[in-house]
Design a protein around this ligand. Structure first.
Ligand SMILES: [Zn+2]
Length: 373
């Protein structure tokens, strides 16, 4: 992440540092040498104005970057997850997957204490896991939950990128309208819709399974994923990852007298316009998903409820204070998040129980990692 600092530190509307000029040149040299980025001599322009939405030839991209600078959050963005539809069609993402090292495609640490994924699956995504304990039984995911979890997982696997591009090319039938995040999500979950709500195209899951069957040479791990995971998932009380100990609210409620509350989470997300929003939530359940097949793939997700990021969050930047309204809810069908994409927070109520401006609000505290592995 730090290696992109130069994009901002060396540029202002009036001047650019020598380092900025050199780095930008290298950056563009690499970008224009990658065949899957370049189309008719153009790439998606990452300047403030174009925000990857428009393609330009090199001279124009150079001019744009010098004039307007790189779009904001280019550095933070690469280190954060996007809630639902994380990284598709993002120029930076294509850039990273083409072999440029960054915070995101760094080889993750393999946790020997974690669940055994010692199969031949070479996808990084499945190597980076924590340790779960305190089984809380199992449950069956409802159809909507199942699809939401399945899409969330697939969109977070970098190796899936090309399939999403191909799917969209084949299944998005409108010539005039370019799909936005919402269209894209609907297309993936439900397939192309013709008039009066009738569907006449496959959803992504069916399309992808078919693609794996008819194409040779697709990674075995991806093929196994294409069959979908088991609807029955296991709940756990505790999950240790990235130095944090997370607990589900369900588990904490059963045990009174916990020394601390470990069910609060924060995740930073980027929307269509590259605005970053912080979502605050509570882990209701920690679930482990399993795929059938020889690789025995499994993955832990947090099943969360989220506070409303606009009406349920109050910020006082001068005090460095963030508060959440504990009764607010984000109406979403995307409750799931990967444990590796969140940081831990806890929510503290005000001692005063009579003032209406305080009674429903809680102060957010960010918890530093404590070395749980
Ligand atoms: Zn531009």
């Amino acid at each position: 992440m730090e290696d992109r600092e130069w994009m901002y530190s060396g540029w202002s509307r009036r001047s650019m540092s020598t380092e900025w000029l050199e780095q930008t040149k290298l950056f563009l040299d690499r970008a224009f040498s990658l065949p899957n980025l370049v189309e008719n001599g153009t790439i998606n322009c990452p300047c403030m104005k174009c925000r990857n939405d428009y393609r330009h030839i090199r001279e124009d991209v150079e001019l744009h970057l010098a004039k307007w600078g790189f779009m904001e959050n280019y550095t933070t963005w690469s280190a954060h997850a996007r809630l639902g539809g994380p990284v598709q069609n993002r120029w930076m993402y294509q850039f990273e997957r083409a072999g440029v090292r960054s915070a995101r495609n760094k080889t993750p640490r393999y946790d020997e204490n974690g669940p055994s994924n010692d199969s031949s699956c070479t996808i990084d995504f499945f190597q980076y896991q924590g340790r779960y304990t305190n089984t809380q039984g199992s449950r069956i995911l409802k159809p909507d939950e199942y699809k939401a979890a399945a899409l969330y997982i697939l969109t977070n696997i970098p190796e899936m990128y090309d399939f999403f591009v191909k799917f969209q090319k084949e299944e998005w039938k409108s010539i005039r309208v370019e799909p936005n995040d919402k269209h894209r999500r609907d297309l993936r979950l439900n397939g192309w819709k013709i008039g009066r709500g009738k569907r006449n195209g496959p959803n992504f899951f069916d399309w992808f399974r078919n693609e794996c069957m008819k194409t040779s040479g697709i990674d075995n791990c991806l093929s196994e994923l294409s069959y979908g995971f088991l609807r029955k998932v296991t709940s756990y009380g505790i999950y240790d990852i990235n130095g944090y100990r997370f607990r589900s609210e369900k588990y904490e409620n059963k045990r009174s007298g916990n020394a601390s509350i470990n069910s609060g989470v924060c995740v930073s997300c980027t929307d269509d316009e590259d605005n970053v929003t912080e979502y605050y939530g509570v882990i209701e359940d920690i679930i482990k998903i399993k795929w059938e097949g020889s690789m025995q793939l499994e993955l832990v997700l947090f099943d969360c409820r989220w506070f409303n990021p606009t009406t349920g969050v109050r910020r006082s930047p001068n005090l460095g204070l963030v508060e959440i309204k504990r009764t607010s809810r984000l109406q979403t069908n995307e409750p799931f998040v990967l444990a590796s994409q969140v940081t831990q927070v806890y929510y503290l109520s005000y001692a005063c129980k009579t003032r209406s401006d305080l009674i429903y609000w809680q102060v957010v505290y960010h918890v530093p990692p404590r070395g749980y592995v």
